[in-house]
Design a protein around this ligand. Structure first.
Ligand code: NI
Length: 227
């Protein structure tokens, strides 16, 4: 399941982050790539654990913790500290699959990458190319979102980033381990939850059938979630 969540960060937050990013050094993006992906990756990144990456990473994670659609879609157990990349001058990232397990640097924490996230810091009209192409069950999907928007997709998908021929594409990217490992089960839970939320608006949270459906949702979570 591929889900786009609009306006995770406001335009003002994006602008403030961008101004700070312009003032620091970026390094070769191959540092966080595995062997196969390093061969096809051409971009730059903010150094991991740099004060700025840590600060903006916290802003993103704090905001996502208060974004109901993200919680419903991801059911996050552990989230990797966000990384930041910039594609320009023909930079691209060829077809690859993300590593299944990620070590959080400087800790003993390991994360199974169930979902991959990209949060856009550049507006689509600021650059040419740079589409994130994700191959899922329904074919290849091209994603290029407004600044502040986030896309969430299964880490099992092969994906690539098209060459950026004009301008620069700046994004944050990170992975998460979900409490529900299976994408099909997670998709069912998301659809059920979204429908319960809209029924609750029209019928009220205490309507008997809404309560029954909420019970089914939580019982499925009990059945499928690992915490
Ligand atoms: Ni990737």
């Amino acid at each position: 399941m591929l889900i786009c969540i609009p306006q995770v960060l406001s335009k003002a937050q994006v602008a403030a982050c961008r101004a700070r990013m312009e003032a620091v050094n970026w390094i070769d993006g191959k540092v966080t790539a595995g062997e196969q992906s390093a061969a096809v990756k051409q971009n730059s990144q903010l150094p991991e654990n740099s004060p700025l990456a840590t600060e903006i990473g916290h802003l993103i994670l704090d905001t996502l913790a208060q974004t109901p659609q993200f919680i419903s879609a991801a059911l996050p157990a552990k989230i990797f500290p966000p990384l930041f990349n910039r594609y320009e001058h023909g930079g691209h990232f060829g077809l690859h699959v993300d590593n299944a397990i990620r070590h959080v640097p400087g800790t003993i924490v390991r994360i199974r990458t169930d979902l991959s996230c990209t949060l856009f810091f550049s507006e689509p009209e600021e650059y040419e190319g740079g589409e994130l192409i994700i191959e899922d069950n329904y074919g290849a999907q091209a994603v290029k979102l407004a600044a502040g928007d986030l896309v969430l997709y299964p880490s099992t998908s092969l994906h690539r980033v098209e060459s950026v021929t004009v301008g620069a594409r700046i994004c944050s990217f990170f992975w998460l381990q979900s409490m529900v490992r299976d994408d099909g089960e997670r998709t069912l839970l998301y659809d059920l939850d979204q429908n319960i939320q809209s029924l609750a608006v029209t019928l009220g949270l205490n309507h008997p059938q809404v309560l029954q459906l909420s019970g089914h949702y939580h019982n499925l979570i009990r059945r499928w979630a690992e915490v």
